[in-house]
Design a protein around this ligand. Structure first.
Ligand code: ADP
Ligand code: MN
Ligand code: MN
Ligand code: MN
Ligand code: MN
Length: 359
């Protein structure tokens, strides 16, 4: 089969991965490009940094990633978080970066910059976030993995948390990604097969403040990278297949010092009032094509109107039943689409609950 020869051969690679590095280290610098995708390039280090602040700034050609014009193409990479590299192993690292222009201003697609301003200003609130990342695996032709070539599988029902041939597809990728996240110190908290065949979910969190965005973006990088080895494509599109097929979200679980404290329901109710007043602003940063997903069907709510309820999966925000019973805890914003930017989502959540901060 001609196609399999272009798929990477990790068994062969194994012997080279074991070669000694003669005291040097490899750092894979990862950043977000101009179309909500990820890019990376790597660099040899003579010394292993103990802290991310010791890592050198770097740069790339922003005209090749849709992030800068050709006549001023240098975009700078500033390391913000580092993780053990599950692919190269040893002391090699993955480095999450922010992007900046030569005048020192953040790149147009650097949404972390603004999120950090508001989340750091309200650090005393001790925000925790937990994200449920849904996604779909596609074959090299772009059709959901395991689906009949020119048709559709049997209707949804047996696939959610399914087990067995014909009910789940690409479990190997999911398992490999889970272990890769753990190795990289990503706070992956679980995974499950989703309602549409070849659709999956994993959860990251709870993570404090800015760590949420960094970890989720790195977990997405790991997913693309693992799937690449298996010859599958990952799509974060919120409605990959039109019609009676499940969409994909990024449910955002939120708590603060106050919502977690005794009587925290009061703080949750106050947050609901504030969220209701800013429906439009939130939907603007909750992912592209989200209106295709938020049809009011398949456990989604209205795109235009805010609602909340205990244990209600058809409302914008769901208060888990156990939280209502305890009178404290967290809430789940079910509106964000699977392709939403976690920096923008956590940033606007903090802004709406605690107030704007001039940056
Ligand atoms: P669902 O029932 O909606 O499918 P999941 O089990 O998939 O829920 O995800 C629940 C998420 O809630 C996890 O990502 C977890 O990290 C997060 N979470 C749990 N407790 C808190 C908390 N106190 N604050 C913020 N997030 C939390
Ligand atoms: Mn070059
Ligand atoms: Mn879930
Ligand atoms: Mn789900
Ligand atoms: Mn959920």
């Amino acid at each position: 089969m001609a196609e399999s020869s272009i798929i990477s051969n990790t068994a062969n690679l194994e012997k080279y991965l074991r070669l000694p590095q003669k005291g040097k280290f490899i750092a894979e610098y990862v950043w977000i490009d101009g179309s909500n995708g990820l890019r990376s390039k790597c660099k040899t280090l003579d010394k292993l940094p103990e802290n991310v602040s010791e890592l050198p700034e770097w740069n790339f050609d922003g005209s090749s990633t849709g992030q800068a014009p050709g006549n001023n193409s240098d975009v700078y990479l500033r390391p913000v978080a580092m993780y053990p590299d599950p692919f190269r192993l040893g002391d090699n690292i993955l480095v999450m970066c922010e992007t900046y222009m030569s005048d020192g201003k953040p790149n147009a697609y650097n949404f972390r910059h603004d999120a950090a301003i508001v989340l750091n200003a309200h650090k005393d609130q001790e925000f925790w976030f937990g994200l449920e990342q849904e996604y779909t695996l596609l074959d090299s032709q772009g059709w959901p993995y395991g689906w009949p070539k020119n048709g559709f599988p049997a209707p949804q029902g047996p696939y959610y948390c399914g087990v067995g041939t014909g009910k789940v597809f690409c479990r190997d990728i999911v398992e490999a990604h889970y272990k890769a996240c753990m190795y990289a110190n990503i706070e992956i908290s679980g995974t499950n097969a989703e309602v549409m065949p070849a659709q999956w979910e994993y959860q990251v969190g709870p993570c404090p403040g800015m760590e949420m965005g960094d970890q989720l973006w790195m977990s997405r990088f790991l997913l693309h990278r693992v799937a690449e080895e298996f010859g599958a494509k990952v799509t974060f599109a919120p409605k990959p297949i039109p019609g009676d097929w499940n969409g994909a979200g990024l449910h955002t679980n939120v708590s603060t010092k106050e919502t977690r404290a005794e009587g925290g329901m009061k703080a949750i109710e106050a947050a609901m009032e504030k969220l209701a007043a800013r429906q439009k602003e939130h939907m603007e940063v909750y992912g592209e094509d989200n209106q295709l997903r938020m049809t009011g069907r398949h456990e989604t709510s209205s795109f235009d109107k805010f609602s909340w309820g205990v244990a209600n999966r058809g409302s914008s925000v769901r208060i888990p039943r156990a939280v209502a019973a305890d009178g404290k805890g967290y809430f789940e914003d079910r509106r964000p689409a699977s392709n939403g930017d976690p920096y923008q989502i956590t940033g606007i959540m903090c802004e709406t609950m605690c107030g704007k901060v001039e940056g």
